[in-house]
Design a protein around this ligand. Structure first.
Ligand code: FEO
Length: 395
């Protein structure tokens, strides 16, 4: 499959309808994904990125139907992760002398993955590659989201090839932002940002400001995953600026795990307490052992506060709760509040432990949390509801 986007610029990537987990088992992709690769034909022909390794053969075959492979003059590797570079070995077997343009860190990663001495050309921000009637201008974008990442910009057609930035794991044969379901699209965009880009938010803002200051017209943003932004392409850039600014909505997320439903009952009572005094705040509950962790992270990203609960077990907390707290710690959320809760039968130190973990993760702790012995009775349920009321009042 391939199609022309504009003036001899072709999408030559792969739609992966089947993918349900990305980065090993790390990231859920309920709607599949795409690996976008682009071919620009001019006086010189250039290929931007490739696709993930399992599709290498298909990719090379498909590409050879759009262009005779020996007519490819340059390859751009905007990012070395194997979902974009995975077909390079198969392609380079066919055209081994073709120069590959990437950042200095790109060379390190590509050599590290493939152990080949291809003809690498290191580029940095402002460097240009003339294709004949148009130029490609490079913009390094370290930590958006890897140290080797870069963008490139095609003059005259005003297209920004942004690689992972502004992308989403979303398979659709429609391929353009204005043609797909907007709720689905933005849900995947925010999930992608929350799970992948949150720790680099300060760099996201800086890089976007730097690119906007160049005052380059942008008619299209061609990402490496999901749709091509052609209708008001800067809308996703503006969303990124919002998300990078310690984003939060009027939402509280309650995350818990439970053994005999006591901690679940506490979670529900806390939610009822919140609802009693604040009819507008969105409250969402997730059992961390059952819900998808990337979906939970997306909801944490949207929240102004979270409440996390676990029963005490083996002088600790349940592993699904410690697991999601470890994810949350790594993502470095800022300006969010939190508290802990949980049931216990014997030692009961779980709530304290969760509170400490939340503090370490950068959350502002609202109170010392609440714990209840054995199965909560009516009085205990009332205490939990009061806890919810006081929690929301103190935000
Ligand atoms: Fe789509 Fe960072 O790889």
């Amino acid at each position: 499959m391939h199609f022309e986007i504009k003036n001899n610029i072709f999408w030559v990537g792969k739609i992966d309808w089947e993918l349900r987990k990305f980065h090993g088992e790390e990231y859920s992709t309920h709607k599949g994904t795409t690996y976008n690769s682009y071919l620009i034909k001019d006086e010189h022909t250039v290929l931007i990125d490739t696709v993930w390794t399992p599709f290498a053969e298909e990719f090379v075959d498909n590409l050879s139907q759009v262009v005779s492979l020996d007519k490819i003059d340059f390859i751009i590797a905007n990012h070395a992760e194997p979902d974009h570079s995975g077909a390079l070995p198969a392609l380079m077997k066919e055209i081994p002398d073709t120069p590959i343009y990437c950042t200095a860190n790109g060379v390190k990663s590509l050599k590290g993955y493939y152990h080949k001495d291809w003809d690498f050309h290191v580029v940095k921000t402002g460097d240009k590659l003339s294709l004949g009637s148009r130029d490609l201008v490079f913009v390094s974008a370290p930590m958006l989201h890897w140290p080797d990442s870069m963008f490139c910009y095609l003059t005259d057609d005003n297209i920004l090839f942004s690689n992972d930035a502004f992308g989403q794991h979303y398979a659709s044969e429609l391929m353009y932002n204005d043609l797909v379901d907007q709720c689905e699209l933005f849900d995947e965009c925010i999930k992608y940002y929350a799970n992948i880009l949150t720790p680099f938010s300060h760099l996201v803002r800086k890089k976007i400001e730097e690119v906007l200051e160049l005052k380059l017209p942008v008619d299209m943003i061609c990402t490496s995953h999901g749709v091509i932004w052609r209708d008001d392409p800067l809308q996703i850039v503006n969303k990124y600026m919002e998300w990078a600014d310690n984003y939060k909505e009027n939402q509280i997320t309650i995350i818990y795990d439970t053994m005999w439903n006591s901690t679940r009952r506490m979670a529900e009572a806390i939610a009822e307490g919140i609802r009693k005094v604040d009819g507008m705040v969105v409250v969402k509950l997730f059992n961390s052992a059952r819900a998808d962790k990337n979906d939970i992270i997306k909801e944490v990203f949207k929240s102004k506060a979270i409440i996390v609960g676990s029963p005490t077990i083996n002088n600790g907390i349940l592993s699904s709760v410690s697991g999601i707290l470890e994810e949350i710690r790594g993502l470095r959320f800022r300006e969010k509040k939190a508290a802990a809760f949980g049931s216990y039968g014997w030692s009961g130190e779980g709530v304290k432990m969760i509170t400490e973990l939340l503090k370490e993760a950068g959350f502002e702790i609202v109170n010392e949390g609440i714990r209840e012995l054995w199965k909560p009775d009516r009085e205990a349920i009332k205490r939990c509801a009061d806890f919810g009321e006081n929690f929301v009042k103190s935000l």
